[in-house]
Design a protein around this ligand. Sequence first.
Ligand SMILES: [Fe+2]
Ligand SMILES: [Fe+2]
Length: 247
Amino acid sequence: MITPVRRNWSPKEMFNALTPAMFSAEPSVVRARWNKLWPDLYTEYDARHLKTELSVRNLITTDEARAFFTVWAADEERHTDGFIRIIELVANGSERNLRERLEARPHDFGAINDHLADEFSVMVMIAFDEMCTCHAYAAEKPFYTELRNDIFHHWLREVIADEAVHSMNAVNVIRARYRDRVGEIGAMLNRIVSGIDDLSYAGTFLLDYFGVVYTKELLDKCRVAILRNVEKPLPAIERDRWSHRPN
Ligand SMILES: [Fe+2]
Ligand SMILES: [Fe+2]
């Protein structure tokens, strides 16, 4: 069986040396930082609700997908922890208050029923969504530059790399288990990209394409990248390496 890649880093250690006093600013600046970071935080946090929903609907059927979601959920929790710490540092937040707000948010998975048909459709959606997140974070570099501390660039590099790995791990599940269905992916992604204007986010982790960075061009670039990646054969060398890696 293939096993997913997981990168090793810790936002807690990364932000250890920083304090809120280092990033004090005018109330309007703090408010703007909050407005930008809060959706980043809650979309990461919503991963746990997606994971629960997949299990309630009994959608995950293969060992490869199960392994994928275990590693993925741990990473998204790591991103959640990172954004909480950043909001504490630069936007006057407190972990307790943020976690209460996160818990109070509603979730409506009926909004993405079409993408929850079976494990294959979930994996296609995740592969695409993670690629979009990866590109969207990359477009947010100027925000972190404004904070004038290189640790935030380091954070961004780690998060971007994690999101790229998530997409790759999902593609590898597709390549390992659903080679016979690769021909369906183009039409599935076309439907997502063309329906983008009618979307409203319902706390589902998937399809969180709001904010200025999610342009049609970005989504299209990701669609093309996924179509290219799923066509690649699973390299024998990697397959061997993974099959010998302990879980
Ligand atoms: Fe994430
Ligand atoms: Fe992710």
